[in-house]
Design a protein around this ligand. Sequence first.
Ligand code: CP3
Length: 357
Amino acid sequence: MTTPMHPTARFLAACRREPVDRPPVWIMRQAGRYMETYRALKSRCTFMELCRTPALATEATMMAVDQLDVDAAIVFSDILIPLEPLGLTVDFDEGGPRVTPPIRSREDIARIDVTGATDHLGYVYDAIGSITRALDGRLPLLGFAGSPFTLATYAIEGGTTKNKHAIRRLMYDAPDALHALLGQLAVLVGDYLVAQVRAGCDAVQVFDTWGGLLTPAEWRTFSAPYSSLAMARVRAATTAPIIHYALEASHLVEAMGELPCDALSVDWREPLSTVRARSGGRHALQGNVEPGVMTASHDAIARAVAACVADYGKMPGHIINLGHGITPDANVPAARHFVACAKEYGARLWQTGSVAG
Ligand code: CP3
């Protein structure tokens, strides 16, 4: 037996498509309401208070690390946090996030100024410092941000809406104004990610959760250029790998293959082998087990992980994860089993060339 790789070296190697002893595994939204301990923490304060208090954010991040035995930690925060220094109020109530007042008009957009905005997010950088100390070099720490397009969607819609007609309307009637907003958000996202790396993050993930709403031509116009701009700022200032996530975006795989990032995180709608072929094979891939399996039996979880690991195959560049965040109806034993299976099958594949052994 060779000595196992250090988790940080393993994670960075996977992002860079270098050989590993086994693929790393973590779970999107790994600290959340499916955990009893998280619900207990949340009973004492609001979600925003958790995010704003470094000691509490650290407790939430470390909960997932300690209970799941994952190979990476993620900063406890939310993609909507950087909207606050723009003068928007972000609330999380039972119905999901609310952003007030929503940006609706050219005049609203003209008032947005991102200059210095990321300087007002010191509590996030303090949380990163505190989490880094708690991790004590044991695991890599991921920072993250929403993509400019996804942040614009929340700012314009004012929350999670079904049709996203408010941003659609701007795309049709005032594309120049929307482009101006997206240009500002690209600077915000880029600077925010750089600040997270400077505070201690080893890699960063850009969540383009709503990019999948767009046609390939629209995505190439309204999302990709602005995520690319943010990524270029990270590339210019740091060596941290960049992961891009999109949901329901199988129709965008060829276009995502052109992104200037290291890894593409995709949902479960297509096997990773197909995504690799269609995206051009230039990126590591993260994913992509269907999250509902976390509510099913341990046998079903084992089969789903085995299928995912076998489909990617013994090739560098796989980060095992779900295809979207773990949901509140999952449970900790299921998540632990997911992680244990990912480690076992990944190691077996790399040692013997087959998941079946
Ligand atoms: O553990 C982690 O992964 C780190 C923390 C994290 C949260 N949100 C905490 C959170 C991360 C990486 C996110 C990303 C995020 N937030 C995304 C992108 C990923 C995705 O799911 O598509 C999006 C779209 C959001 C916006 C958001 N935040 C929504 C839609 C909601 C409400 C619905 C939901 O799933 O709860 C949130 C709230 C939120 N963010 C919670 C957590 C733990 C639940 C809040 C609570 O405890 O009441």
